[in-house]
Every structure is written in C-alpha cells, then in structure tokens.
Design a binder for this molecule. Structure first.
Ligand SMILES: Nc1ncnc2c1ncn2[C@@H]1O[C@H](COP(=O)(O)OP(=O)(O)OP(=O)(O)O)[C@@H](O)[C@H]1O
Ligand SMILES: [Mg+2]
Length: 348
C-alpha cells in the first residue's frame, strides 16, 4: 500500500493538541525522523494548527496516517459462522443492521477475523470472532476534505483506539518483550482532553474498545467550578499545581472516581465475555499526569498501573528533531506513534 514510499507522517488531530510524527523505514528497521505539535483552543483552529505542524516539522512527505473517533465510529466484536474472508465481507454487509445503529449505505465497513474459535462443541457450527468497524461516510468525507485543504494525502485512516494498540505493540517489540506479552491481557487507557480511550489487547489483537467522554476538560471544569476561577486559570493550576496540589486533588476526586468507575465497567464487561482477567493497566495521554490519578486508579482497579512511555526504546533521528520538546510530552504521543508505525507495513 505504501509502494516505494518509505516514510509517513502520523497525524493525531487531538481536540486540544495536534501532533505530527514522521517515521521512516530502513530495511527491517525504522526511526522517528520528524516531530511537531501545537495547541488548539477551539475546533475552528484545527486547520491552521495542522498547517502549522506540517510547516514546522521538517517532514519529507505529505502522506499522512490519521484517525477518526467519536460517535460516528462504531466498533463491534461479533461471533459469526466460520467462513472465507471474501464471504465474510458480504455476510457482514448483509447483516450489518444487526450490529450498527446507522444505515449500511451511510457507512464504510471493515472487518477482521480475530481468531477462529477452537474446537466447537459437537453438533454446533464452528464460529469465529470478528472485529467489525463502521464509520459514517460523512465523517470520512469531512476528514479527507480537511486533509486535502492542508495539501496532505491520506495513506490510511485509522481509529484512535487501534492506533493506541499499535503503539503498544511497537513498544513491546522495541523492548524485546514479545514473549512476555504473548498471552497477557492488558488494558490500554489513553486519557486526553475530550475523551478517554480504552483498548483491551492480548498478543497484538484488540478484544474490546470503548471511548468514554470524560477526560482532561472535565477535570479543568471541576477545578474552575469548585474554586470559582475561570477555565484558563483552572487549566494552568491543573497542569502545574505546585503547593496547591492537595486542593487540586480534592476538586477533581469525584470526576476521577467517575472515570475509574467507567473503566471498571469496561473491565467487568470484557471479563464476563472472555472469561479472562485484565492483568495490567497501561496509562497514557496528556491527563495521565493528573495529580492523584495513580492513587485513585490503584485503589479502584486493584491491579498494576503502569505509566508507560510510548517513545521508550524507539530509534530517534535526533539531528532532525527537537528531542527535548518531544520527550517532554511523550505520554501524549501514544496515538501518533501508533499511526506513524503503519509505515512498517501493518495495515490493519
Ligand atoms: N501536567 C499535566 N497534568 C494534568 N493534565 C495535563 C498535563 N499536561 C497536559 N494535561 C492535559 O492533557 C490533555 C491533553 O492531552 P492529549 O494531548 O492526550 O489530548 P488530545 O489528544 O488533544 O485530546 P482528545 O484525544 O481527547 O481529543 C489536556 O486536557 C491537558 O489539560
Ligand atoms: Mg488524543
């Protein structure tokens, strides 16, 4: 799909910060060869912000891998009778109205076999688990128009939660820990500004994803409300509470508890469906640095919480990048790393 192209820019159009990261493939290896990011204060600034990161990143390609997210993106895990891939595509289209709340003609559909169920019980038809993704055509069209306005060519349009999964897979590979994670069930939690992405993975496959609309902005609002200050001041205090950390923690605790409960519900659902426990929780996103978050999550989930670094062990061409600026926000870069990692040839 990338043809002779050996580099691509991952472009994470976050609601509060646009991140762009170029990755280049060298034979079997790869490296990060460019990076830029900028804040956005309202959706009207998005286009200009994309243009800015593209202009300042020193990228050598205009091919981008981006992602869509939100309520127009539907991800379902369904059981289907075992069948060949081309048959599956038409079966999924035919039965799509069973699984998605939109008209079939209004969506782009994609599917992937997760794993054929082993040894069906006697007399039963063999089944397989299928991952079904439906995205409203109107959202894709809007997205492509935005990219084309910025003179960018979409190479792949992904989904945030899967990009997060790909970043984690790259992290495992780069750290030579494939054997360790082969059968381990881990939950990836990316807490941004507008939403929290949950992706429960095992051995490079995703088994559950969900977006919870509770994240950084809600913590800022809670601080503003409780302290009677404006949002700008609350945002600054949240990110650098210094000696007011106790006060900030107190303001955000109810919201943090709500988020913890939502995540726990997802774990419960997954554990019921798959009869496997979530063994570890890997947290990323700008809001991972929130004061009190580690303590609340540890108490709510009663399993190891790991604040992982999506850039750890990845090769970086430091002559082309302001490495210090990039590393300072590495917790925010899981999605963009996952997007750019598609240059290595992983297209699903
Ligand atoms: N030190 C910090 N402490 C707490 N929160 C922080 C800190 N630094 C950044 N944040 C918060 O992280 C959020 C930005 O993170 P991120 O870049 O992951 O979000 P985004 O991708 O723009 O949002 P979304 O994915 O929801 O659209 C903001 O809400 C910001 O307030
Ligand atoms: Mg984000």
């Amino acid at each position: 799909m990338f043809g002779k192209q050996n580099r691509v820019v991952g472009l994470d159009i976050g609601s509060s910060e646009i991140k762009a990261l170029e990755m280049q493939k060298f034979g079997d290896g790869y490296a990060i060869t460019g990076f830029a990011s900028t804040r956005v204060h309202s959706p009207d600034e998005t286009r200009a912000a994309i243009q800015e990161v593209i202009a300042t990143g020193g990228f050598r390609t205009r091919r981008v891998v981006t992602a869509v997210s939100g309520r127009s993106v539907i991800v379902r895990y369904v059981n289907m009778p075992r069948m060949a891939p081309d048959q599956l595509r038409s079966a999924v289209r035919y039965e799509a109205d069973k699984y998605i709340p939109f008209e079939v003609e209004d969506v782009v559909l994609d599917c992937q076999v997760l794993e054929p169920e082993t040894a069906p019980t006697e007399g039963e038809q063999p089944e397989m688990k299928v991952l079904l993704v439906a995205v409203k055509k109107s959202l894709i069209e809007e997205h492509v128009a935005l990219l084309s306005d910025c003179n960018l060519t979409p190479a792949v349009i992904d989904v945030d939660a899967f990009a997060l999964g790909n970043a984690f897979e790259l992290h495992v590979t780069a750290s030579h820990r494939e054997r360790e994670f082969e059968d381990r069930v881990v939950a990836l939690i990316d807490i941004g500004a507008n939403k929290t992405n949950i992706n429960i993975v095992r051995g490079g496959n995703s088994y559950f994803t969900r977006e919870v609309y509770l994240a950084g902005n809600d913590f800022t609002e809670a601080i503003a409300r409780r302290l009677g200050i404006d949002e700008e001041e609350a945002e600054a205090l949240k990110c650098e509470p210094r000696d007011r950390v106790g006060e900030v923690e107190e303001c955000i605790l109810p919201t943090l508890d709500d988020l913890g409960n939502e995540i726990q519900l997802s774990f419960d659902y997954f554990e019921n469906q798959f009869e496997r426990e979530v063994e570890e929780v890997y947290v990323s996103g700008g809001s991972a640095k929130l004061p009190g978050l580690a303590r609340t999550f540890e108490a709510s989930f009663d399993r190891p919480i790991i604040f992982w670094d999506p850039l750890e062990n990845l090769p970086i061409r430091s002559d082309r990048i302001d490495e210090k600026a990039m590393l300072a926000r590495s917790n925010q870069l899981a999605v963009v790393v996952g997007l750019a990692s598609r240059v290595r040839g992983k297209l699903t």
